[in-house]
Design a protein around this ligand. Structure first.
Ligand code: TUI
Length: 312
């Protein structure tokens, strides 16, 4: 048993205070059930996937975790958000995390159905609003995270959110080992959300080229695209992502052209490993992720190190 028992382990009924990032196109039943079975909270990402596919993923996960808790991440900018909000109720999914927007309009229905709600937020203001709306916890996600990001860093955001709300705070962005977990706890978090480390897990179903890019990435092999569209996204630095970022900055790629070029680019990365047209979303901490391992090993090593550092 972990010594790091917190309000998050109690709330979710998990052994280790770790939740897996709800990575669109990536977080499916194999990864989610591996994280849950290792004592964390695995998540299935809704992304913009069809509802029938997601129902199947939820049922597959249920069958693989023997009553242990898991969750679904709902990307609020997605056209399927409304249907997925209902599906998690119908399927009695224990936990929902949300990203890329304000889940306020779904909150009452989820609370009535007994779903635990954990919005991912990039600012103190949104954390306070989510607490008021009835959120059970928040994920304070720093700009070190992969994918769609806010401006504030994990180091600055987590303590400010922890001061501003009474509900438990989960830190995200730049956490890939026990030092990151211990640091998060020092900043006032009671749990961590980890994405990038799980990209390089054995159970993660991404194309081998994607995994190799994450494992080989150095500290500087990372770039943010989409700043001109209002939806900045953190990626592995490739010829494609560099061309996008410089085109945006010089104005040779308009925001409209950017949207067109990147439509479907995450699928091309995840399923095809397409280096010419794929967006390999990935956090800044990839430079420290150098080995593919099973989720169970990743989690156990992380918390053994964190507990030692925290003197528990
Ligand atoms: O959502 C994420 N990360 C993501 S979503 C994604 S898929 C995507 N595809 C195309 C364009 C954009 C995304 C890939 N990665 N993380 C959680 C997160 N939420 N980061 C930032 C936010 C956020 C931003 C604004 C949350 C709330 C928010 O509120 C605005 C409002 O309505 O008040």
């Amino acid at each position: 048993m972990t010594a790091l028992k917190t309000r998050i382990t109690d709330l979710l009924g998990i052994e280790y205070p770790i939740i897996q990032g709800g990575m669109a196109w990536i977080a499916e039943s194999t990864l989610a059930s591996a994280v849950t079975n290792a004592g964390g909270l695995g998540l299935i990402a809704g992304g913009s996937a069809p509802i029938d596919y997601l129902r199947d993923q939820i049922r597959k996960t249920k069958a693989a975790v023997d009553g242990k808790p898991f969750g679904v991440n709902i990307m609020l900018m997605s056209p399927n958000a409304e249907d997925l909000a209902q599906l998690v109720i119908d399927e009695k999914v224990p936990v929902v995390t949300t990203g890329a927007g304000n889940p306020g309009k779904f909150m009452a229905a989820w609370k009535d159905a007994g779903v635990k709600v954990i919005p991912v937020i990039p600012s103190v203001g949104l954390a306070k609003r989510m607490e008021k709306a009835g959120a059970d916890a928040v994920v304070a996600e720093g700009t070190e995270s992969g994918g769609h990001i806010g401006e504030n860093t994990t180091m600055c955001l987590v303590p400010q959110v922890a001061d501003a709300v009474d509900i438990p705070v989960i830190a995200a962005g730049g956490i890939a080992d026990g030092r990151g977990v211990a640091a998060s706890f020092m900043l006032g978090a009671e749990g961590v959300q980890v994405g990038t480390r799980f990209l390089a897990s054995q159970e993660c179903q991404i194309h081998p080229t994607y995994k190799e890019l994450v494992v080989k990435a150095k500290d500087t092999d990372n770039i943010v695209t989409g700043r001109t569209t209002g939806h900045p996204c953190r990626n592995v630095k490739t010829k494609f992502s560099k061309r996008l970022a410089s085109g945006e900055m010089s104005g040779t790629i308009t925001p409209e052209e950017f949207e067109e070029i990147t439509l479907g680019s995450l699928r091309k990365a995840v399923q095809d490993g397409n280096l010419e047209e794929g967006s390999f979303l990935c956090g800044l901490i990839a430079g420290m992720v150098n080995e593919v391992k099973p989720c169970k090993e990743i989690i156990e090593e992380m918390f053994a190190q964190a507990e030692k550092l925290l003197g528990r």
